[in-house]
Design a protein around this ligand. Structure first.
Ligand SMILES: [Zn+2]
Length: 372
C-alpha cells in the first residue's frame, strides 16, 4: 500500500476532537523525527487553557535547494462523533462503520503533507523551503491558526491549505467575510393578566426581524437567525430575548451594513417601545479573494494540467485556515484532497484521490518560485 495511505489510516483511527489533538501531533512528530525533519510545537494551547487544549500547533521546516518558501497546512482536529473509529475499506474507498466521522477532514491533508515532506527529505529532488503547519482547533473557529506566531516562521511566499473536497484540481480562491453574534432585547416583565404593566421583548424582537433582510440579502450576501432564547413561563410577559444572527458576504462593507441596519432598526424600535438593547454582532475572520493573475493560481493551474488534472477555481462559502494565511499577507489556496460527506458519519474518501493529491503537491514543490 502507498505510504500516504498508511499514514492516513494510522491517523484516522486516532480520536482528535478540537483541542484534543495531542495524539495526532505525536504521530506526526514521530514520523518527522524518524526522517530527521526539524519541527517545533508552538504555545497555541496556552491561549486556550480554558478549553482544555492539549497541545500547540506543530510546525515542520524543510530547508530548500530552490528559491522561495512554500507553506503547506492542514488541521489536526476533527468534528464529532469521533470516538472508537472503525475504518472500513471497500475497494478504493475508505469510510467508517457509520458510527463516527472518518476525519479525512483533515487527516487526509496531513497525510499528504507528511508523505511529501518525507519524500523530499529522503530524496534528492530539488525543492523550495517547505514549512508545514499542522493546526489545532480549526473546526471551532480557526483557533490554532489565529494564534500562529508568523514572526517565528520564515518569510512565506505562498501557501496551500489542504482542507477541501471536490475533484483533485479543485481549489478555493475566495472566502466570504462574516459576522455573528447575539442581539439582546430587554422589555419589562409582568403578569400575563396585566399586559399594560409590561413590555414583551419578543414582540419587539418580532418587529425587528420583519424589518431586516433575513436569508438571501443579495447575490453575494446571506443572513440567518440561528437561535432564539427567551421567556420563563407562559404567564409571564417575556422580559428579554436573545436573537443570534450570522451574516456572510463577499464584501466586508455589506457585512457591516447589515450590522448597522440591525442597530438602526433597534433604535427605531426603542423610540416607540420601552425597551433597551445590546447589539453584539461582530465581524469575524476576514474573507479573501485571490488575484486571478497571481503566481499562486497560475502555478497551481499549470501543475494540475501537467498532472492531467482539470483545474477548477471555486468561490468558497465557509472559512478555513486559508483565511488566516491570506489575512497575514500570504497568498493561500484551499485545495481539495477529495474528502466527501464531511462532518457526517457517512464521510469517505478515495485512496486514489489522496495519492493523486500527494503527487500534485510533489509537482507543486518541484519548481522554483519566481523571485518576489
Ligand atoms: Zn477541515
Amino acid at each position: 500500500m502507498d505510504k500516504v495511505i498508511d499514514h492516513f489510516v494510522s491517523m484516522a483511527v486516532i480520536s482528535s476532537p478540537s483541542y484534543k489533538e495531542a495524539q495526532v501531533s505525536a504521530y506526526i512528530q514521530a514520523q518527522l523525527a524518524k526522517y530527521g525533519i526539524e519541527f517545533y510545537q508552538d504555545n497555541a494551547h496556552l491561549e486556550y487553557q480554558d478549553e482544555g487544549a492539549q497541545c500547540g500547533n506543530l510546525i515542520a521546516l524543510l530547508p530548500g535547494t530552490l528559491s522561495g518558501t512554500v507553506a503547506l497546512s492542514a488541521h489536526m482536529d476533527t468534528v464529532t462523533p469521533c470516538e472508537n473509529i472503525t475504518i472500513v475499506e471497500e475497494g478504493d474507498w475508505i469510510k467508517t462503520d457509520g458510527k463516527s466521522v472518518l476525519g479525512g477532514d483533515d487527516k487526509a491533508g496531513i497525510a499528504v503533507i507528511l508523505d511529501a515532506l518525507i519524500a523530499l527529505a529522503s530524496g534528492s529532488v530539488p525543492h523550495p523551503t517547505v514549512v508545514a503547519i499542522f493546526t489545532i482547533g480549526e473546526e471551532v473557529g480557526l483557533k490554532g491558526a489565529k494564534v500562529l506566531d508568523f514572526a517565528r516562521l520564515p518569510s512565506i511566499d505562498l501557501a496551500y491549505v489542504i482542507d477541501a473536497g471536490g475533484e483533485i484540481g479543485t481549489a478555493y480562491i475566495s472566502a466570504p467575510y462574516s459576522a455573528k453574534g447575539v442581539v439582546t432585547i430587554t422589555g419589562q416583565a409582568g403578569h400575563a393578566s396585566e399586559p399594560e404593566m409590561g413590555c414583551n421583548a419578543m414582540v419587539a424582537g418580532a418587529q425587528l426581524i420583519t424589518q431586516l433582510p433575513i436569508g438571501r440579502v443579495d447575490e453575494e450576501t446571506t443572513s440567518n437567525i440561528g437561535i432564539i432564547h427567551g421567556g420563563n413561563a407562559t404567564n409571564i410577559i417575556m422580559e428579554s430575548v436573545d436573537i443570534t444572527f450570522e451574516v456572510r458576504s463577499r464584501l466586508q462593507e455589506k457585512v457591516q451594513a447589515f450590522i448597522d441596519n440591525v442597530s438602526q432598526q433597534l433604535a427605531t424600535l426603542q423610540s416607540s417601545m420601552p425597551i433597551s438593547y445590546e447589539n453584539r454582532i461582530a465581524q469575524g475572520t476576514p474573507g479573501f479573494r485571490l488575484d486571478p493573475s497571481s503566481e499562486l493560481l497560475s502555478t497551481f493551474a499549470s501543475c494540475c494540467t501537467q498532472q492531467g488534472l482539470e483545474v477548477q477555481f471555486n468561490d468558497g462559502m465557509g472559512g478555513s485556515d486559508a483565511n488566516i494565511f491570506n489575512k497575514n499577507g500570504i497568498p493561500c489556496l484551499d485545495i481539495s484532497v477529495g474528502m466527501k460527506h464531511i462532518h457526517s458519519v457517512n464521510e469517505c474518501i478515495k485512496k486514489s484521490d489522496i495519492i493523486t493529491c500527494r503527487d500534485l503537491i510533489m509537482a507543486l514543490l518541484s519548481r522554483p518560485l519566481r523571485p518576489q
